[in-house]
Design a protein around this ligand. Structure first.
Ligand code: SF4
Ligand code: SF4
Length: 371
């Protein structure tokens, strides 16, 4: 039996969130899933060194509230993630996102997953999937995702949040190997299947999230939703229904294809949540709706490519460092990026990582007509 629990929540008050989680664990009959002495990975979304008000990363109050519960149950939480794209300044990511402050306050560890090394799993196509060794060291994972849209795979929710378990530059490398939304979704689902046995709960921080051109340059907006489940695909499936999307995202489609979304034996508890009003999908939505072969044929006609708004650029170089194919050149600290469109594979990693929303989409003539 799978359980999905929703709770309306409008602010990030730690003691309120603590009560919310305590109620959710109680009504889900979940308390016995965490045993005394367990070492638990608390896995937020720490995409980049943005502050909590930007809604790019999991809010620290959500992490703190759940960490307090774990400590009271006699477990040892470790807050850890591997930031996206460029891995420069992981300490800055932990500091700016508020994770180090929680760690100091509660006397627990907040670390970058790069420090653990990686194990390898063979994928069906022969590629190696690198997964942080922390998986072998902990008794379980509490996966705490942010509710956001995503310009490559439409939504980033619980299953996509696990991509942070791939350490360092391998994340960008996989974009080169699996450039289309459909192929990238397959990789994410392989990753989910490899670590699913360690997942205790998945949580969605949708109190304030993002729609439009997420995961970092979209519109910050209130969804007033906190959700928890013992099954990540079921949680994502339900939240996408609330969005609502034109069709399910590539990741949920892939999960459905592999029969990984429980359709029966699902219990919905907590509060009823209405559809999110005026939900904006990323402006390149047709990219992941079209079958891969059509994207190939129409590629040039409906192309969306990255471009930069020079006046917003702070010349940090994160985009250049995150590009998996070396399609960006610039002088760090001096000039904005310039793109080599012959090399660019449209993975949008640069858009995802830019701290100032300076990377925008440049649309081809036909793409401008698709709203
Ligand atoms: S320039 Fe192209 S290939 Fe490089 S990160 Fe941006 S979208 Fe990806
Ligand atoms: S475009 Fe964004 S990521 Fe790239 S250098 Fe400018 S501010 Fe940094």
């Amino acid at each position: 039996m799978t359980t999905v629990i929703f709770k309306k929540e409008s602010n990030y008050d730690v003691s309120k969130l603590y009560d919310d989680f305590a109620k959710m664990l109680k009504i889900g009959n979940f308390y016995d899933r965490i045993e005394k002495g367990y070492k638990i990975l608390l896995k937020p979304n720490l995409l980049s060194a943005r502050t909590p008000d930007s809604a790019v990363t999991t809010n620290p109050a959500v992490i703190e509230a759940f960490a307090r519960i774990l400590l009271e149950l006699g477990a040892t939480p470790i807050i850890a993630d591997s930031p996206g794209g460029a891995i420069r300044g992981t300490h800055r990511v932990l500091e700016n996102t508020g994770m180090l402050e929680i760690a100091r306050k509660l006397g627990i560890k907040a670390v970058s997953l790069e420090s653990y090394g990686a194990t390898e799993k063979k994928l069906p196509d022969g590629e190696n999937l690198h997964i942080s060794k922390i998986i072998d060291e902990v008794d379980g994972i509490i996966n705490v995702a942010k509710l956001k849209t995503h310009s490559l795979v439409e939504m980033t929710l619980a299953v996509k949040n696990l991509y942070g378990l791939v350490p360092g530059f391998r994340k960008a490398e996989y974009h080169k190997i699996y450039p289309s939304p459909q192929r990238f979704a397959k990789l994410i689902v392989e990753l989910y299947s490899a670590i699913e046995h360690k997942l205790i709960f998945s949580i969605i921080d949708g109190i304030i999230g993002m729609d439009g051109n997420g995961p970092s340059s979209g519109r910050v907006r209130k969804f007033e939703l906190l959700a928890l489940s013992d099954n990540a695909p079921a949680l994502d499936f339900e939240i996408e229904k609330m969005a609502p999307l034109k069709s399910h995202s590539p990741i949920v489609k892939e999960l459905l294809k592999r029969d990984l979304v429980p359709q029966h034996d699902v219990k919905w508890l907590g509060e009823k949540i209405e559809h999110f009003e005026n939900f904006k999908v990323p402006s390149n939505w047709y990219f992941y709706l079209a079958p891969a072969f059509l994207t190939k044929i129409l590629g040039k006609l409906v192309r969306v490519a990255p471009d930069v708004e020079d006046e917003k650029c702070i010349h940090c170089g994160d985009c250049m460092n995150s590009c998996p194919v070396g399609a960006i050149s610039m002088e760090i600290g001096k000039t904005p990026p310039r793109f080599d469109y012959k090399k660019c594979i449209r993975c949008l990693c640069c858009h995802e990582i830019c701290p100032t929303k300076a990377i925008v989409f440049k649309k081809s003539f036909l793409a401008k007509f698709i709203k």
